[in-house]
Design a protein around this ligand. Structure first.
Ligand code: KG4
Ligand code: ZN
Length: 341
């Protein structure tokens, strides 16, 4: 261990994953423990906030202890503690924030509140040691769809966002409509491999005068209308074709907007982040489009795309290095905006 190494204990509990991680110098993950509640929420077809909060309380101490044990470090080795304080479910966020404040106080460690989306973006630093800002990042998760210009560490400009549903939300809703259950993204990803993406034409929404904005609610309605139409006419529904055609409509729009943003900003680097960034078809299409346009493409491994605490440790490191410190009055901010404190 180098004298100058910085160790961050990171905590994430904004939705349905209780996670803790130890990260060295922002880019080296010494442990990455994730306790997922998916099996529990599956029973209800989506995340039940009250249940999420209770499960976080049950699991958080165990997850943190494991993260420290796997890293081979103790609390006294840590330089700071980073925690997601927004956006997310307020009751879920509060569990992580309260825990981080308690540890910060008891172990006399500096506390750094981290924005969840900043975490998703920073997941790209973990495996791409050469990646440095500026670059463009497409953040696609269950709650967010943002095209972001990463100007510097911790400095963001939002170029575009969804006007209605997030990309992951559209995956989840369409999956439910074709009977795949929760969470829909990975299930559509899998089923689409057996389907014909050209079988059904679904619309791709464009927003006039806002080339970087997205809209997925029209696409979701088009899928529902198609399914209803088939039922009324007594036509067979080929779920794999619906999944593949819907997925193509989403992926095409994400790729078009992201490539346009990179070109128009004069940059040559594009990263993707968030749960939907683990989608096989999106990763492939984006990689091909980047190669065609001479853009360097970055994406985290799937385990760092969906919610985890290592990404919070990466983001927390750069905030810590900039001198950002949160007080013991840090609160959960469910609708925290990117770039705000
Ligand atoms: O980033 P994340 O774990 O949580 C949020 O911050 O929202 O993203 C979860 C979302 C869910 O909507 C899930 O269906 C979607 O990411 N997702 C996927 C895939 N894996 C997860 N969507 C498409 N394809 C996937 N392979
Ligand atoms: Zn997330």
């Amino acid at each position: 261990m180098n004298e100058k190494d910085t160790l961050i204990l990171a905590i994430e509990s904004s939705c349905d994953e209780t996670a803790a991680s130890v990260v060295k110098n922002g880019r080296e993950v010494l442990s990455n423990i994730i306790s997922s509640q998916i099996e529990l929420h599956k029973l209800y077809g989506g995340v039940v906030p009250e249940i999420a909060s209770r499960k976080h309380i049950e699991k958080i101490n165990q997850v943190i202890e494991e993260a420290l044990a796997v890293s081979g470090k103790t609390l006294s080795d840590m330089d700071a503690i980073a925690v997601t304080y927004g956006p997310g479910l307020v009751g879920a966020l509060l569990v992580g924030v309260a825990e981080a404040k308690a540890i910060s106080y008891a172990a006399n460690l500096p506390l750094v509140g981290v924005h969840h989306i900043e975490g998703h973006i920073s997941a790209n630093y973990i495996e791409n040691k050469d990646l440095e800002p500026p670059f463009i990042c497409l953040v696609v998760s269950g709650g967010h769809t943002h095209l972001v210009r990463v100007k510097d560490y911790g400095e963001y400009e939002i170029l575009g966002r969804t006007r209605d549903d997030a990309a992951g939300e559209a995956f989840d809703k369409v999956a439910r409509a074709i009977g795949l259950g929760y969470p829909g993204g990975p299930k559509i990803d899998k089923l689409a491999k057996e389907g014909n993406a050209g079988a059904i034409h679904f619309p791709k929404a464009k927003i006039e005068d806002a080339p970087y904005d997205f809209s997925f609610s029209g696409l979701k309605s088009a899928v529902l209308n198609y399914l209803n139409g088939c039922k009324m006419k007594g036509e067979e529904i080929v779920e794999a074709d619906v999944a593949a055609s819907f997925q193509k409509a989403v992926v095409d729009v994400l790729v078009e907007h992201a490539i346009l943003a990179v070109k128009e900003s004069g940059m040559d680097k594009l990263a993707i982040a968030g749960g939907v960034a683990s989608n096989g078809s999106l990763r492939k299409a984006m990689e091909e489009a980047c190669a065609e346009n001479h853009i360097k493409f970055y994406r985290p491994s799937p385990i760092f795309c969906t919610d985890n605490a290592a990404m919070i440790g990466a983001a927390g490191y750069y905030e810590y290095k900039k001198g950002v410190r949160s007080g013991l009055d840090l609160n959960a901010v469910p609708n925290l905006k990117l770039g705000e404190r």
